[in-house]
Design a protein around this ligand. Structure first.
Ligand code: KE4
Length: 428
């Protein structure tokens, strides 16, 4: 059959580096040809060959209501008729700011941008401006977008200068970033004892979704909070993925650990480009035009994108929204665990809110090292078997999965059934 995905991918590579506009979409880590989609409705996607899939990527998180939610589309259409962009303030941006201040415990003031990368890049700059310090701390396996300071891996030792993890990042920038081990309290204490007064900020995914789904030890988060307070370092929770995904108040609400700043993205745009960074008012007041820290954006607070985000944030506040989403997501992972058990496959899984992780190893991982030991080969076989059966998981063993409010009981049952076949194909 003439596979349009293959033809499109071949042609795309002539004009777009790697044929994609974001690397993970190229299927490099799972092999095979990326799927070109043309339509999404609710929990379903259709590719250019008109093949139907149940979608567990949700555009990497934003589509928590499912694709083409009628009320979101209506909102966007209504606003789009009155111009797509002004480059001037609009009342809608005020509505968005008010909602984020109301729903996110750490946010007293907030600024909108157009992506998660812009949010984290800007949050780090304002933390450096507020503290007049240069050093930042991140954690191996956490991803915060592609700003230079964040494309850094641990040096020879975590306490030595950071090394670029991407070409094009100057060593002089990377050296200010120290990379520690997630959930390692001792490493945290050593770092702060050695350089606490020099640290401008610590940025962390409080629940990690970028080395697959890894949960924090509560003691680790509490220790991090305490050390940042003691040494005057700004604690930034990067909730671009977990914000409004794991709970209405995000991971900070779930764990009761409140950062000084929070970055957001994905769901707050409802599928259109919106990011945000916010936090303590005294920190945010450092931003231009009030203060000395410059930050700007032509399409920041874009009225059409904000309209999609506002409607999404309105609908996820409905009673029992997260209760139902969490139950469906847990039913999915429990069903897959049962399937693997029956086929004797070393497999584990976990979920939090509308987010889940699947691991080809006996028990769920709690660290970067542990997730790196999962069986990628088996994941890739599982991924392709599910894809063939019309179930679309993230094309990487290191990405979390997402369930939307549009996923029906039948979708979950069909997915579990497909996983039984996928486990069977692996166990042969
Ligand atoms: P964007 O610049 O892609 O909007 O956001 C960057 C970002 C920041 N922080 C966290 C916790 C994130 O997960 C992300 C982006 N997530 C990836 C998925 N793992 C986006 C997918 C992609 O890169 O194509």
């Amino acid at each position: 059959m003439n596979d349009k995905n293959k033809n499109l991918f071949k042609l795309s590579q002539k004009f777009i580096p790697g044929g994609v506009n974001s690397p993970v979409r190229a299927f490099s880590s799972v092999g095979g040809t990326p799927i070109f989609f043309k339509k999404g409705l609710g929990s379903k996607l259709w590719d250019e060959n008109d093949k139907e899939y149940i979608d567990y990527i949700n555009s990497w998180g934003p589509m928590i209501l499912g694709h083409s939610h009628p009320e979101v589309i209506k909102s966007v259409q209504k606003v789009a008729k009155n111009s797509l962009s002004f480059g001037a303030p609009t009342s809608r941006e005020l509505d968005m700011a008010e909602i984020l201040v109301k729903l996110v415990p750490s946010i007293e003031q907030v600024r909108l941008v157009s992506s998660g990368t812009e949010a984290t890049m800007s949050a780090i700059r304002v933390a450096r401006g507020f503290t007049s310090r240069d050093r930042i701390v991140k954690f191996e396996g956490c991803y915060h977008g592609h700003a230079d300071s964040l494309l850094v891996k641990a040096g020879s030792g975590a306490l030595t200068f950071g090394q670029p993890s991407s070409a094009g990042v100057p060593k002089d920038i990377a050296k200010h970033t120290h990379t520690l081990t997630f959930n390692d309290i001792e490493g945290l204490e050593k770092c702060f004892n050695k350089m606490g007064e020099k640290i401008a900020c610590v940025i962390i995914e409080p629940i990690v979704g970028n080395m697959n789904l890894i949960l924090p030890h509560i003691k680790f988060l509490k220790k991090l909070r305490k050390l940042c307070t003691k040494y005057g370092a700004i604690l930034i929770f990067d909730e671009v993925m977990t914000g409004f995904r794991v709970a209405l108040g995000g991971a900070q609400d779930l764990y009761g650990v409140i950062p000084d700043m929070t970055t957001l993205g994905k769901i707050i745009g409802g599928g259109l480009p919106v990011g945000a960074f916010g936090g303590r008012k005294d920190i945010m007041q450092k931003l231009a035009p009030l203060g000395p820290v410059y930050q700007a954006g032509t399409l920041s607070g874009n009225p059409v994108a904000v309209a999609a985000g506002l409607k999404t944030l309105e609908l996820i506040q409905k009673p029992n929204f997260y209760k139902q989403l969490s139950l469906n997501t847990k039913e999915l992972v429990d069903g897959m665990k049962e399937g693997a058990r029956k086929k004797g496959i070393a497999f584990s899984a976990r979920s939090v809110g509308g987010m889940f992780g699947i691991y080809f190893r006996e028990v769920p991982p709690n660290s970067f090292d542990e997730i790196m030991k999962s069986d990628r080969e088996k994941f890739n076989l599982f991924f392709h078997s599910m894809l063939k059966q019309g179930i679309y998981f993230g094309p990487s063993a290191f990405e979390a999965g997402f369930v939307s409010a549009a996923h029906s009981k039948k979708d979950i049952k069909d997915t579990i059934k497909a996983s039984y076949k996928a486990f069977e194909s692996i166990s042969d």
